[in-house]
Design a protein around this ligand. Structure first.
Ligand code: MN3
Length: 245
């Protein structure tokens, strides 16, 4: 089993007053670790799948053995979403959006202000728990939201694509600092975004899209492996031997 990781690349109080240390402590060390632990437990019977990147797993939920699909959707999604979330946060107050990305957003949504309004509106409008996303699809850039720990990479996502910027809308992400005021948390979010990371994700997404590989493609070998797992519940003999050597 992989050791649980704490991916936050800065101190837990570094985002105050926008995100408080107690929340980040709980979020990073309890919730994020919980998703990792539960995902690993769900894959107990399929250790070979523990070697797969989580993004690859959640992009191919429908091809997985039925017994682990729900756990991969919830906890695999939790792992991918929180790793993403921590990667787009940055201390030091508001940072400017790299001009090329600012131009893209302004062109797509009418203006930067309108983009922020759209994002805030979708985030505020997500009923219950979920996430708000800026998503690069095969055709466009969209603002959208997902329920629970769903991710735009998942096959059933309403807007399927690569997430560029994600905001956690679970109350555990903001209640200690903003109480029940989700709009206050959304406004605070603009002060802690690492736009350089968002821009890098955008450029990487464009590269992948140009190669017709925006979404992770299941290899033929992995497809056959999953088919075997679904039918027999274990890896083929030859692969088991290979694992031991
Ligand atoms: Mn969370």
């Amino acid at each position: 089993m992989r050791i649980a990781e704490y991916p936050l690349p800065f101190a837990e109080d570094a985002l105050e007053p926008f995100m408080d240390a107690r929340t980040l402590f709980q979020h990073n060390r309890k919730f994020f670790v919980g998703y990792q632990t539960q995902l690993q437990a769900a894959l107990n019977h399929f250790p070979i799948l523990r070697e797969w990147p989580e993004e690859y797993l959640i992009a191919h939920i429908r091809a997985l053995p039925g017994g682990i699909r729900r756990a991969v959707r919830n906890n695999g999604g939790g792992v991918v979403n929180h790793r993403h979330f921590y990667s787009v946060l940055r201390p030091g107050g508001p940072h400017p959006i790299p001009q090329p990305l600012a131009d893209v957003l302004a062109h797509r949504f009418g203006s930067l202000m309108r983009f922020k309004e759209e994002f805030a509106s979708v985030a505020a409008g997500r009923f219950g728990v979920g996430w708000c996303w800026l998503i690069l699809t095969e055709e466009e850039i969209y603002v959208g939201s997902t329920i629970n720990q769903d991710n735009p990479l998942m096959p059933h996502a309403d807007i399927r694509g690569v997430p560029l910027l994600g905001l956690d809308l679970w109350e555990h992400a903001y209640f200690l600092c903003h109480e029940n005021r989700r709009p206050s948390y959304i406004q605070a979010f603009w002060n802690v975004i690492d736009w350089d990371v968002v821009y890098a994700r955008y450029l990487h997404g464009l590269e992948l899209r140009a190669q017709h590989a925006l979404l992770p493609v299941l290899t033929e070998a992995d497809s056959q492996l999953l088919e075997h797992l679904r039918k027999h519940g274990s890896v083929p003999e030859a692969e088991q031997e290979g694992e031991d050597t």
